[in-house]
Design a protein around this ligand. Structure first.
Ligand code: HEM
Length: 499
């Protein structure tokens, strides 16, 4: 009895002590404001909502651009205005260049052994540099445009054969997948390749799991003690993807010739070979198989989903606003004529480029970006942000802020054009689809020409419409995790080869 009283007393004392420590520690900081919530449970109705980005934006109207929320016991700061976002990303770029440690991020990255999920460190910097160099390889000469031509032509031919209205998403998913597949694994697969379809299906399912969110990211040890079905299915599918990439990686190692650069994996192997030749043990350690495999997984998925969602949105806008599509046709006919759209036409298609920029603003391919973390005590918007705090940029909010965008919901390519119809030299203030600073999207310089050339190829060949009598469906499909997609739509295409 005495023993149990003592145990209880010690336990209660410990809890009170911890609470007092927690409150005192918090009082040291002038934290950003946020709505009241039940301690430990946090803002449950916000962090479990599919339209989290929209809900937080609404909250920011009452609490200001820097909003403090609790995802369970985890404090999260969400930035909803470009000024505070740039303060964190550019002005204090190193302070907020970290990534929070989350179970789902660990499952994706083998415990942070990649680029996107790994914390700010010399190893991350090194991998980012090597991977950036490998991606830039595709911007040399006509490599990118040749790859896009080859990959697209086979799908455009298929689209031309469609007799009934069909889903564009089916084709755009495959086009983008084949491109990123060629970048990473070198091979070109045939149009109906079953392996491709299986991986795409796996990617869709993984996205579904991520969109639902994981309590395992919030509740400590839940993944080991009482894992949810969503979590178990996610981990299983993630393992399948990593196994698949490991197989491809091994094939490359077995057939590697340092004099021949077939693809992204070879670029990484060449970097390793160079380190070996120089006897640089420290670098070699950072280039072991596990790191390289996870870097390939990163590039594959970061490049696949963002690009295919953007293409889906682009076609949705082009079919919703045929008059805008006609202007793109006129520009392509005038500037490209009978040639194939290529890198040399890039600066000659400002109207099309403006449509792509507006698509990236309104089509929320990554509405909440990838969470950052403060690596030291810092400040944003005059508030204190303690070390190790999760910080999220609400790209969706920046792209819908009426302070910067007149009629934010309107699709208007003229926002990016000057009075002569040329792209304005500076991007609009609150346009930030690729983020900025230390963690800026590594694929931005590849994604922009890739998407532009894909759009130019599509519109050069086809007049694309909604089926007769069908009106644009203005409702968005809110997928979760800040991602919105157009509601399902079908299209019909007509060849423009007479143009
Ligand atoms: C429309 C296309 C794309 C959009 C809108 C986009 C957007 C983004 C955003 C918002 C981030 C998070 C930045 C941050 O943490 O602040 C990111 C990170 C990243 N993206 Fe992209 N992305 C696109 C295409 C690509 C492509 C094609 C690739 C590679 C081929 C790529 C590779 C990456 C990587 C590796 C990261 C992680 C960077 C790091 O943590 O250091 N992305 N992207």
């Amino acid at each position: 009895m005495i023993l149990s009283m003592n145990t209880q007393t010690i336990f209660v004392g410990l809890v009170i002590g911890l609470l007092v420590y927690y409150v005192i520690k918090r009082m040291r900081y002038r934290l950003p404001p946020g709505p009241w919530c039940i301690p430990l449970i946090g803002h449950y109705n916000v962090y479990t909502a599919a339209d989290l980005h929209r809900k937080v934006y609404e909250i920011s109207k009452d609490y200001g651009p820097v909003v403090r929320l609790s995802f369970g016991p985890v404090m999260v700061i969400v930035l909803n205005d470009i000024q505070v976002a740039l303060e964190a990303l550019i002005k204090k770029k190193t302070d907020f260049a970290g990534r929070p440690k989350m179970k789902s991020g660990d499952a994706f990255s083998g415990g942070g052994k990649d680029i996107a999920m790994s914390n700010y460190s010399p190893t991350w910097k090194f991998h980012r540099r090597i991977a950036g160099k490998a991606l830039r390889h595709y911007l040399q000469g006509d490599l990118l445009e040749q790859m896009i031509q080859d990959n697209m032509n086979k799908f455009l031919d298929k689209m031309a054969q469609e007799k009934e209205p069909f889903s564009f998403k089916y084709y755009s998913n495959l086009m983008v997948f084949h491109q990123i597949y060629t970048i990473c694994f070198g091979e070109k697969r045939c149009v109906d390749d079953q392996e491709v379809k299986t991986i795409l299906q796996l990617d869709e399912e993984l996205n579904d799991h991520v969109a639902k969110g994981f309590l395992e990211d919030i509740i400590p040890y839940m993944d080991t003690i009482y894992p949810s079905h969503n979590w178990q299915a996610f981990v299983k599918k993630m393992d399948q993807i990593i196994d698949y990439t490991r197989g491809k990686f091994k094939q490359h190692v077995d057939t590697f010739d340092p004099g021949v650069n077939r693809d992204f994996i070879d670029s990484m192997l060449i970097a390793r070979q160079e380190a070996e030749n120089e006897g640089d043990e420290a670098v070699l350690e950072k280039l072991d198989d596990i790191y390289l495999i996870h870097t390939v997984v990163d590039i594959f998925f970061a490049g696949l989903d963002t690009t295919r969602f953007t293409m889906d949105w682009f076609m949705y806008f082009m079919t919703s606003f045929p008059e805008i599509q006609s202007k793109c046709h006129e520009e392509i006919d005038r500037e490209v004529g009978s040639e194939h759209p290529s890198m040399k036409h890039r600066n000659k298609l400002p109207y099309l480029e403006a449509c792509m920029f507006e698509t990236m603003r309104l089509g929320a391919a990554v509405g909440l970006g990838i969470a950052h973390m403060s690596i030291c005590d810092s400040q944003i918007g005059g508030y204190d942000i303690p070390k190790d705090t999760m910080v999220i940029i609400n790209h969706w909010a920046l792209h819908h802020d009426p302070k910067y965008w007149k009629d934010p919901e309107k699709f208007d390519p003229h926002r990016y054009l000057d009075e002569n119809g040329k792209m304005k030299p500076a991007r609009p203030d609150s346009w930030l689809p690729f983020s900025a600073g230390r963690r800026v999207c590594l694929g931005e310089t590849l994604a922009k020409p890739e998407i532009l050339l894909m759009c130019a190829n599509l519109l050069k060949r086809f007049d694309i419409r909604l089926p007769e009598g069908v009106k644009p469906n203005l409702e968005h499909h809110i997928w979760g995790n800040g991602i919105e997609l157009p509601s399902e739509y079908k299209i019909v295409v007509q060849e423009r080869n007479g143009q």
